[in-house]
Design a protein around this ligand. Structure first.
Ligand SMILES: Cc1cc2nc3c(=O)[nH]c(=O)nc-3n(C[C@H](O)[C@H](O)[C@H](O)COP(=O)(O)OP(=O)(O)OC[C@H]3O[C@@H](n4cnc5c(N)ncnc54)[C@H](O)[C@@H]3O)c2cc1C
Length: 378
């Protein structure tokens, strides 16, 4: 394990920094954070700019270390982040790169990198969230297509997506519920799909319910073998927990800096308890960044797919993020509301992080069983 950056990596950082300094001042203003069609257009426009400058592939083709440098530099410069296409860039894309055939990689990866196509994730169902392997949406083979019927829930960005990474049950009689699942790429314009947006606490329709009524998905859209979807799903989840939130740690460090600045301005910094609280958070985010480097270094050494260390990261990160926004409310009081609408939306959305991508209880189970080797619960 080597956490130091090489000369070549530092040269990449310098090139990227120069490019960002030239391109960011010309970027149009950000759209309303609650307007997902406008955000899709904006985020895809940024992705196109990255593609044209040769930086688009950092999310999966380049080395994970380059990806870290990319995240550090884009966040430092205040550049947009993956946004509406986080599933395409951070979950489905890396899964297809790792598990897809050459034709599938050629079909799906370039449009994501160019910012032409957006993906969503159709994993969770009513009664199959933490216990994902209990999913019931079924797919029956009919010639060269699977006919899919069922429903999904909490599908982020379904409203604006072109493709869905979809889990279906292809063998209801399998010996265990983990067998008999298949991973499909479903085109979101296929007949039989109804998307019903759900409104969140923040007022956004960030996610949706999805109803699937005899939707035909070509067999060639299957990633991995039929009934081997659980294994492919573990690859997707290891990216989701291992690397997908990494950029946000850098964002939290920026927010913490802003909070310390505000506390100095309003005199709260003089209180040792406030300094202790912010100092503890600073240490926490530094530790998370080191953990990220360690996870990435391990992934690089073992073929590119992050390991279960991602669960340790996800567990700590989602709590630290909530503590950061709690600290802001405590330290600034009503002044916290003056930090702007985006800040307030981020504060509300911080509440969802201990649920999304697997709840904290589930991450603890994974750490206990797969890292510490404790016996499985009943
Ligand atoms: C903002 C947000 C975005 C999301 N986006 C998507 C998306 O794009 N696509 C998608 O498919 N899903 C998405 N989800 C769904 C998310 O993955 C699920 O909400 C999550 O997996 C929890 O499942 P559940 O809601 O069914 O809760 P449940 O599984 O019903 O859990 C309820 C409670 O019981 C606890 N619990 C359950 N089983 C155990 C156990 N064995 N041991 C200990 N405790 C347990 C849980 O930790 C939780 O506290 C999103 C969720 C959020 C909040």
């Amino acid at each position: 394990m080597d956490l130091a950056y090489t000369e070549e990596e530092e040269a990449f950082r310098a090139r990227l920094r120069d490019w960002l300094a030239g391109v960011l001042p010309k970027l149009p203003p950000k759209p309303d954070p609650l307007d997902w069609p406008a955000r899709r257009a904006y985020d895809c426009g940024w992705q196109r700019a990255l593609y044209e400058a040769g930086y688009a592939e950092v999310h999966w083709d380049a080395s994970p270390t380059r990806r870290l440098i990319f995240l550090e530099e884009t966040e430092r410069a205040g550049a947009p982040y993956v946004g509406a296409n986080f599933v395409g860039l951070l979950h489905a894309g890396p899964t297809i790169a790792a598990e897809g055939t050459a034709e599938q990689r050629e079909r799906w990866l370039p449009p994501v990198l160019r910012g032409d196509e957006v993906w969503c994730q159709g994993f969770s169902e009513p009664e199959a969230g933490s216990d994902l392997a209990s999913l019931r949406t079924r797919a029956v083979r009919d010639g060269d297509a699977y006919v899919v019927t069922g429903s999904k829930i909490w599908t982020s960005h379904a409203e604006v997506a072109d493709w869905c990474e979809l889990l279906v049950r292809t063998d209801a009689g399998a010996a265990s519920k983990h067998r008999g699942i298949t991973w499909l790429a479903m085109p979101m314009d296929a007949p039989g799909i109804t998307v019903r947006p759900l409104r969140t606490l923040a007022g956004s329709t960030e996610f949706a319910e999805m109803f699937l009524d005899e939707v035909r998905v070509p067999v060639e859209n299957r990633v991995g073998e039929e009934n081997d979807g659980w294994r492919v799903t573990m690859v997707t989840l290891s990216f989701e927990r291992g690397t997908a939130f990494v950029g946000e740690v850098v964002a939290c460090r920026r927010v913490l800096g802003q909070l310390a600045h505000e506390a100095r301005k309003n005199g709260r910094w003089d209180d040792p308890a406030v300094r202790r609280r912010l100092g503890r958070l600073s240490a926490e985010f530094r530790a998370l960044w080191r953990l990220t480097q360690w996870n990435v270094s391990e992934a690089e050494a073992t073929g590119g797919v992050p390991g279960t260390g991602g669960s340790v990261f996800k567990l700590h990160y989602s709590h630290a993020r909530q503590e950061l926004y709690d600290a802001a409310a405590a330290v600034l009081g009503p002044d916290a509301l003056d930090l702007g609408r985006e800040w307030n939306l981020d504060r509300l959305s911080s509440l969802s992080y201990t649920i999304a991508a697997g709840t904290s209880q589930i991450q603890r189970n994974i750490v206990a069983e797969r890292i510490l080797g404790l016996p499985k619960g009943r």
